[in-house]
Design a protein around this ligand. Structure first.
Ligand SMILES: C[S@@+](CC[C@H](N)C(=O)[O-])C[C@H]1O[C@@H](n2cnc3c(N)ncnc32)[C@H](O)[C@@H]1O
Length: 309
């Protein structure tokens, strides 16, 4: 339940009031009349006001330049399905359809804003691609999205994080202004002093695996134990009598790569794709010889967040 806002004269502002000031501070430079996309399309009597109360966060639109940058950071294409959680006047959803030809959906609690967004989409000629639904982002099923955009608040991002982490590996998340706690962004950008952040949902890899490598030296088996905290991975490998730490591990979505020195002292790079309980890919030794590897889980996985906040 949202606590009532106190008046500006109160000595101790409430958390919602502080959040309101935080968002409004960012919006101060944007004249309402300059907001694109809604003035000409506004055929009903409903007039939105920057800073108007929303269910969990007020409405402040993301500036056009940052909308564009966020969608570029996510590398949106016509193959994507972009969902904006708390879509306001619909500008991110409309931009995704208009400028990137992506299918897009806005989820907005305020029914008047949903109506306004639909009119804006029609005025922009993208109502076939850009849809809007009235709903609560905390109960709405957005699991089909390939890109999720958010301009919410730090606490709301954190509340959504477990659900976001369960999305298909490789799903891109972009936010305006606020981060995801201890989950470090994969990329960040700044447009006119407004930050935007990108995360790529990592595949779950933490836990034990049995790995078989096949190359010119024959087939070898190893046991691997990956540790994971979001996209940060590490691991140890037992191969015959040798224990080694994997080098240069990198996880981006479902793409996992690392290097490993075998018992003969040959350094190989491993590059594979994680698909549920299986990892499969290629190896390449320093001498250029190539091989294949695959791995299967030997036990339950560890939490993707590594048990962090
Ligand atoms: C800061 S605005 C961002 C609008 C838009 N995403 C943008 O960046 O221009 C947040 C929006 O979320 C909506 N909202 C707040 N709580 C919500 C909830 N629980 N479910 C759906 N929408 C919500 C508000 O009405 C508001 O329009």
């Amino acid at each position: 339940m949202t606590a009532p806002l106190r008046s500006a004269n109160d000595a101790q502002p409430t958390v919602p009031e502080l959040n309101r000031r935080r968002l409004l501070g960012l919006a101060a430079a944007v004249p309402l009349t300059a907001l694109p996309g809604w003035s000409s399309a506004q055929t009903s009597t409903f007039t939105p006001n920057v800073g108007q109360q929303g269910k969990d966060v007020i409405w402040v639109p993301t500036p056009d330049a940052l909308v564009n940058r966020m969608l570029r950071m996510a590398q949106v294409t016509s193959n994507d399905f972009v969902v904006d959680l708390g879509s306001g006047d619909g500008k991110i959803v409309i931009a995704a359809a208009r400028d990137f030809k992506a299918r897009s959906l806005g989820v907005e609690f305020n029914a008047d804003m949903v109506g306004l967004s639909r009119r804006n989409a029609q005025a922009a000629g993208v109502d076939q691609l850009a849809r809007f639904e009235q709903g609560d982002i905390f109960t709405f099923d957005f699991t089909q999205a390939t890109v999720v955009t958010m301009y919410l608040l730090p606490g709301l991002n954190l509340k959504l994080r477990p659900q976001l982490l369960r999305m298909r590996p490789g799903t891109r998340l972009v936010t305006h202004q606020f981060t995801m706690g201890s989950w470090e962004p994969d990329d960040s950008s700044n447009v006119e002093n407004r930050p935007g952040y990108l995360w790529i949902v990592p595949a779950p890899v933490g836990g034990g695996w049995k790995m078989t490598t096949t190359d010119s030296a024959g087939a070898r088996e190893a046991t691997v134990r990956f540790t994971q905290a979001f996209q940060q991975v590490g691991g140890t490998v037992t191969m015959g009598t040798m224990d080694a730490r994997i080098r240069a591990p990198r996880l981006s979505g479902d793409l996992l790569s690392f290097e490993l020195m075998d018992e003969r002292g040959t350094l190989r790079s491993y590059s594979g794709r994680v698909a549920g309980d299986r990892i499969e890919g290629n190896t390449r030794a320093v001498d250029g010889s190539e091989g294949r590897f695959f791995a299967t889980r030997t036990g339950p996985g560890t939490p993707v967040d590594g048990g962090r906040d």
